[in-house]
Design a protein around this ligand. Structure first.
Ligand code: NAP
Length: 309
């Protein structure tokens, strides 16, 4: 099968041909119809995870996928050949990614049924960003009337978080810097906009003198936005790995991590299929053009970028 690999640390990405993997017990093989780009993939390609996770070279890149089950390992009763599925490759090592024609994944985590109403591109764009946004919303404990500043609202995670926060009844202040970005986050439920090329905290405090109840931090320097949080507020971040990274008295710093369990994935898919949420796919790239997709992602894409093997 054709895949995009990192052949070794420090090398460029390569379009390669490798043996099609077989599912082991408890696994299924998925014919990938679409995958999507996440910051995690760029980090792996740059070698940033060298000391944090085992790499099995050549490392096939890619976390998110959507496609059709085409082979079943022993003991799998939850899925059958022909099922439409989506998910996030969630393994203890790196190497068996989704940027290829097939991916093998366990059924116990990172996999769920893709409802018929959702096309493969949007299914592939939902998993990691959606589960990260859901983890952030759960940690935020929003109540109707809460004010929440979402920093990085125009990205894949931010897009989902804006919708989930608005549907929880919160007043959403979103960052955006372009007319298209502003229009996008307003459509998703933001009622106030802050240009993140300006001083975000100053702009927020001008209208909310006591600060906001919650900051959802998905981009930029955490220290510069922290002053916008009220005393006793919650600072929820996908980028801060530990509360010690921020010196902050009288507030809670909550690092969050995507947890793509089948239950959370199914909840996200149900909400998307019912039209309560949406996924914005801003561009699609052939497998051979993953490097171009990475460049566009790095330059600050709105929404999600999809890879079509
Ligand atoms: N911990 C986890 O489990 C987990 C899971 C998923 C993602 N993440 C991380 O969460 C972050 C967001 O992910 P994503 O997929 O949404 O990334 P993304 O699609 O790249 O989104 C980032 C967005 O933030 C905007 N932005 C850039 N600099 C900004 C700033 N200083 N202030 C406000 N907005 C800014 C970008 O737009 P412009 O540049 O065009 O302004 C872009 O729209 C990434 O760092 C990712 O690695 C963590």
């Amino acid at each position: 099968m054709r895949v995009i690999t990192l052949p070794e640390f420090g090398s460029a990405l390569e379009l390669a041909e490798i043996d099609t993997p077989q599912p082991a017990a408890g696994e299924v093989r998925v014919r990938v119809h679409a995958a999507s780009v996440n910051g995690f993939d760029l980090a792996v390609a740059a070698g940033y995870l060298k000391d944090h996770m085992e790499h099995r070279f050549p490392v096939v890149l890619g976390k998110d996928f959507a496609g059709i089950v085409d082979a079943i390992g022993d003991g799998v009763s939850e899925y059958a050949v022909g099922d439409r599925v989506f998910g996030v490759v969630t393994k203890a090592h790196l190497g068996d990614g989704s940027f290829g024609e097939f991916v093998v994944v366990p059924v116990s985590t990172g996999l769920a049924v893709l409802p018929a109403q959702i096309d493969f591109a949007r299914g592939a764009a939902l998993g990691l960003a959606g589960t990260a946004a859901q983890a952030a919303i759960d940690a935020a404990q929003l109540a109707p009337g809460s004010t929440v500043l979402i920093v990085g609202a125009t990205g894949g995670v931010g897009n989902q978080a804006v919708q989930l926060a608005a549907s929880a009844g919160a007043t959403v202040i979103a960052t955006a810097r372009t007319a298209l970005g502003i229009a996008q986050v307003r459509l998703l439920g933001a009622t106030e906009i802050v240009d993140h090329t300006q001083n975000i905290a100053e702009a927020v405090l001008a209208d909310h003198a006591d600060g906001v109840d919650v900051i959802l931090h998905f981009a930029g320097d955490p220290a510069t936005v922290l002053p916008a949080l009220r005393a006793g507020g919650r600072f929820v971040s996908t980028l801060v790995a530990s509360p010690d990274q921020l010196s902050a008295d009288g507030i809670e710093v909550l690092p969050v991590f995507a947890d793509p369990t089948p239950v959370v994935l199914a909840r996200l898919a149900e909400s998307l299929a019912a039209g309560r949420t949406s996924v914005s796919v801003q561009g699609s790239y052939a497998l051979a053009d993953v490097a171009d997709a990475f460049e566009a992602f790095d330059a600050g894409a709105r929404g999600k970028l999809v890879i079509l093997p």
